[in-house]
Structure formats: structure tokens, C-alpha cells
Ligand binder design. Sequence first.
Ligand code: GRF
Length: 203
Amino acid sequence: MTSPRTRRLAVLASGQGTNLRALLEAQDLGGAIVVVLSDRADAGALEVAREHGVEAEALDPGPSRSRLAGAEEAWLERLARADVDTILLAGFMRILDARFLAAYPGRILNIHPSLLPAFPGTHSIARALEHGVRVTGCTVHLVDAGVDDGPILDQTAVAIHADDTLESLTARMHSAEHALYARAVRAFLTRPFTLAGRRVTWQ
Ligand code: GRF
């Protein structure tokens, strides 16, 4: 049992779950990951959660390919049953609608593999490489109604080398993401901050 004062976190993931693993294995995250939910029954993230003794479940995402449209109620009910107060998106490939966001105002974080606002959306690592940028990186931000939008909590730069391939750059990006997400979650859960417009200032 976690103490009542411990922040209770849910992770939503659609993929292999390397970010989830890094969060589960991070020291002093500032809260406990108590449930992992996926829109895909075959998501590696569910296995990663079970390996770490965390409840994991695939839920029906509804008829849309890109949203949780029409399925929010079951997801919100599952999160409420786990008594979650903060949600971490880690490679979750669905847009959350206003109703979902309103249930956790300012308490949903996402990690994105680019220096936002550059390259939002999908295939961001490949698009940065193809675009020829010299520096890309990763961003942890609060989730709002936009896609990969919302106030930025933290970023890390990753240099692109002349001989990088998609594989080599992706590997470095993942390492950077893993360190960044744990650092950003720890700060979010343990350090006060103010929000002026889009701008986050840590106290
Ligand atoms: C990460 O690159 C994340 O930034 C993006 O999806 C990927 C998920 O990877 N949104 P994993 O499932 O955490 O390994």
C-alpha cells in the first residue's frame, strides 16, 4: 500500500514501453505508478508494467483510430477506481478529448520526441532528420486540447550527427527521453511552479 500522501500515477501507453520502464525504474519519482492502461492488447508496455508488479490493462479505445472518442467513460472509471491523481502519457497514440482533460485539469503530462513546437505529430524523429536540422531533442509538456501542445515543463537537446541514420538517432533520442521524463515528472510532483500564459516558471 502506498501512503495516502503519495501521488498516484497512471501511465497510458500504446507501444513497447521503454519510457514506462525508465519511469518505473527511476529513483525518487515523487509518486507511485499504480496502473498502466493501453489502447492495444499487444502493447509491450503492458508486459513491462506486469514485470514490475503494476496493474496493467488494455481497454477498448472506441471506434476512432486516433482518439478515445466515445470510450472515455470506461477509461475515466478505471482511472478513478485506481484513485489516480496524475496521468503520464508515454507513447500513447490517441488524442484525449475535452471531457477527459477536464477530469484531470493540469495533471496530464506527455513526452514528445522533438523540441516542440517543431515537429509535432507523428514520425518526429524521421522528420527532423530529413529536414536537416542540426539539433533536435525531446519535450515534456502539460497536455491541452491541441496535439503536442500545452505548456512546456522541460526539454533536452539532442545533436544530429552527419552520419546519423534513423536508427542511430532514435537510439540517442530514447536515452534522452528516458532521463528527461523521470526528471520532469519528479519536478512536476515535488516542485511548485507558476504558469503565466504558456510559460512555466519553477519556484
Ligand atoms: C517515444 O518516442 C515517445 O516520445 C513517443 O512515442 C515513443 C514511445 O516509445 N510519443 P516507448 O513505447 O516509450 O518505448
